[in-house]
Design a protein around this ligand. Structure first.
Ligand code: TRP
Length: 335
């Protein structure tokens, strides 16, 4: 039996934080280790250009994200791990799919619509500042997915619409040119934690409330100390279920440790002490990986080599499908 193919991309525009780790990286690495899936994970550096026109940032983020996944033990013998831009077949497919994707469908994409709404609110031209990259973003994402005939695509809720668009585009193509593409399915795992950030909102780069994953111990402590709490004194019982400190604790704790901290809250643990224990818990989980990460960041040639190996594997899979698709649309040898 062939294994279900799972594929997901990470846009290279930021530094990995604890929210990324808990919500995406840790479950993806765990899933890859079960051996139940044929996994494809990639760095969406072409997607990064949509949001970020700072070359140093795109480059640095690519290095950080790749080093993070490798340092955390991603087994590249079991997972095809590559950089989107290293697989030119994806860009070629992007164009072919663009010619099958309805503009009306893209008009409804939420990232584009949000930009238009904002312009209208501000009395600007509706398309002010909107690039073709932003407008065509869902087509490139469809190309990422369809290029490998992925069955399952683990994503956040905000990306479900894009998977539906990929299905739509695949369906149109298949209808017109014959069955070439698998219809992908979004997987949104509600059981993985959406981590709260320093201010209690969802931890997100756009809220500027993150705790980066691989800080020095000193900096990690400092960040944890910045997590917002109320003014209850030591000895006063505290409500775990409305506390960000507890919520983050839970994301790193086993059942027993969670119960323990719940009791500590009831007993009125001091915020400083709860945060100290939280630091210890997180640090114990990530300190080995941090060492690995620092070594990889210092000498990224190993990272580069891994990505190149991954790209070679990815291209081996992509090339035959692209050839078939190109032929199906009428582009092939005359002789
Ligand atoms: N757009 C996705 C995000 O911002 C990243 C991404 C790009 C992706 N291509 C993909 C995710 C293909 C899944 C499949 O999160």
């Amino acid at each position: 039996m062939t294994k279900p193919r799972v594929l997901t991309g990470i846009t290279t525009t930021g530094t990995p934080h604890l929210g990324n780790y808990v919500g995406a990286i840790r479950p993806a690495i765990a899933a890859s280790k079960t051996g139940e899936f044929d996994s494809f994970y990639f760095l969406a550096d072409l997607h990064a250009l949509i949001k970020c026109q700072d070359p140093a940032k795109v480059h640095q983020s690519t290095k950080e994200i790749a080093a993070t996944w490798l340092a955390l033990g991603l087994d590249t013998d079991n997972v095809v791990f590559y950089r989107q831009s290293d697989v030119p077949e994806i860009s070629q497919l992007n164009w072919i799919l663009s010619c099958m994707a309805a503009k009306g469908l893209m008009n409804r994409a939420h990232a584009y619509k949000a930009a238009v709404d904002k312009n209208q609110e501000e009395g600007e031209d509706p398309d002010f500042g909107v690039t073709m990259g932003l407008f065509g973003y869902p087509v490139l994402m469809a190309a990422d997915i369809l290029m490998f005939n992925a069955h399952k695509v683990p994503v956040g809720k905000d990306q479900i619409q894009h998977i539906e668009m990929a299905r739509d585009i695949a369906g149109r193509f298949n209808h017109h040119f014959g069955e070439h593409f698998t219809q992908p399915e979004a997987i949104v795992d509600d059981s993985v934690a959406v981590l709260q950030g320093l201010d209690g909102r969802k931890m997100s780069k756009s809220y500027n409330n993150t705790i980066p994953l691989f800080l020095t111990e000193k900096q990690l402590k400092k960040h944890i100390n910045k997590i917002k709490t109320n003014l209850l004194e030591p000895g006063e019982p505290k409500d775990p279920d409305t506390s960000t400190v507890f919520q983050v604790w839970q994301a790193f704790a086993n059942a027993e440790q969670t119960e323990y901290m719940r009791k500590e809250f009831e007993n009125g643990i001091a915020w400083g002490e709860a945060k100290r224990q939280l630091f210890e818990l997180i640090n114990a989980e990530i300190s080995d990986a941090r060492e690995q990460y620092n070594a990889l960041m210092e000498d990224p040639s190993l990272v580069e080599n891994k990505l190149r190996e991954g790209a070679a594997k990815a291209r081996d899979k992509a090339a035959p499908l692209l050839a078939a698709v190109t032929k199906a649309v009428g582009i092939y040898s005359l002789a």
